[in-house]
Design a protein around this ligand. Structure first.
Ligand code: SF4
Length: 376
């Protein structure tokens, strides 16, 4: 398949891994954060850590939108959907994310009308097909998915569809990176920049990371060769004493971003003064709300939202894992109380969550190896 096979070509991968080993040498320990949950998933899925020298450490960042959503927002959204006339629509990723009284799927089992949709426009179609009900779309995601929510709201307004609203949980990536860089307990050398988000926002919004924080950042694709090439580019910058934004994912990411998508976002959304991130606390100007001109389609302006705040179970260490301070398996609940079958934190639910990725690939690999190893 074009754009896939050539980025999984074994000889090229092997040569690039050799180049990484050559550049990394052995004297220095490198800590690279992959911001995006899609990268975390790819790193585990393709076993890329096994190709890296021990002095390159990958730190998983906060770029999984399901994982950073605080439990109170899930409770708020589900509380609106208690009304018998409401249909709760959300992406499949959201369905098993636990709220205080259970996940959307568990609420569905108790009788709530919960539907999985593949896009916000599917939710709008659902509203048109059910004129006697109200469809509330539970929107999550970074700038990657925010434009499609914006375009759907523009369409709902243009077509005068009034039984549809959006419970908006869209967040923005740059303030989260800033919060990570401000974190005193985390030392990083460079960033593997998010590929999907950057298709929308482009590369310019990262320039301050190189200029002010003096950290190299390479926007990367998701195939094995993409990620390995990005690490070569980071190592070359570090060896040259440089800090620049580079775009490894040029086949998809335009330097200036997607102007049409950005215009749609500006038309529909404005920045919230602050928003709570799971495990990271309140981060200023880090999320989007729906503008008053679209108030009729904003679940929060249309209905009474309780505004619940919920703290995670005390033993859960999702915050430390989200900030990259702990590895998934270092959480005291990992693999015991918290598993993909019985998740306690959202990082164990989404395929982009670092705990789920670690559990599904590394943990199972280790468990299988232990089963297969001869008894000493
Ligand atoms: S193992 Fe579970 S509780 Fe621990 S950090 Fe991961 S998701 Fe959170």
């Amino acid at each position: 398949m074009k754009f896939v096979d050539e980025f999984r070509e074994p000889q090229l991968i092997s040569r690039t891994a050799d180049e990484i080993r050559r550049l990394a040498g052995s004297g220095r320990h490198y800590r690279f954060m992959e911001i995006c949950g899609g990268h975390t998933h790819a790193i585990y899925r393709f076993g890329l850590k096994d190709l890296l020298p021990v002095n390159i450490e990958l730190i998983h960042g906060p770029g999984c939108p399901v994982c950073v959503l605080p439990m109170g927002r899930i409770d708020d959204g589900l509380s609106l959907a208690q009304r018998p006339d409401v249909i709760f629509a959300a992406f499949g990723d959201m369905m098993r994310v636990p709220g205080t009284a259970g996940s959307p799927l568990e609420h569905k089992a108790r009788g709530m009308d919960v539907r999985i949709v593949y896009s916000p426009s599917d939710a709008l179609k659902l509203a048109k097909a059910n004129p006697g009900r109200h469809v509330m779309f539970f929107a999550i995601g970074f700038e990657t998915t925010a434009p499609s929510t914006a375009l759907t709201l523009m369409r709902a307004r243009a077509e005068g569809v009034q039984n549809f609203s959006v419970f908006c949980n869209h967040v923005t990536i740059i303030p989260a990176i800033r919060a990570i860089l401000d974190s005193p307990d985390l030392r990083l050398d460079a960033f593997i920049g998010p590929g999907h988000v950057s298709t929308v926002i482009g590369c310019r919004p990262y320039e301050w990371i190189a200029r002010d924080a003096r950290k190299p950042i390479v926007i990367s694709g998701f195939e094995p060769l993409d990620l390995l090439q990005s690490m070569v580019m980071l190592l070359r910058q570090l060896q040259a004493g440089e800090a620049r934004v580079e775009n490894q994912y040029k086949r998809v990411v335009p330097w200036e971003g997607n102007r049409a998508a950005l215009r749609a976002m500006v038309e529909v959304f404005q920045l919230r003064p602050y928003f709570e991130w799971r495990g990271m606390g309140f981060i200023s100007q880090s999320a989007l709300r729906i503008r008053d001109t679209y108030a009729l389609w904003d679940s929060e302006q249309r209905f009474q939202v309780p505004g619940v705040r919920v703290t995670d179970p005390q033993a859960a260490q999702c915050g430390e894992v989200l900030k990259g301070v702990l590895k998934p398996h270092q959480c005291r609940l990992f693999g015991r109380e918290c598993t993909p079958e019985h998740p306690i934190g959202a990082l164990m639910v989404s395929s982009e969550g670092s705990c789920a990725a670690f559990h599904n690939y590394e943990h199972r690999k280790a468990a299988t190896a232990n089963r297969l190893s001869p008894i000493a």
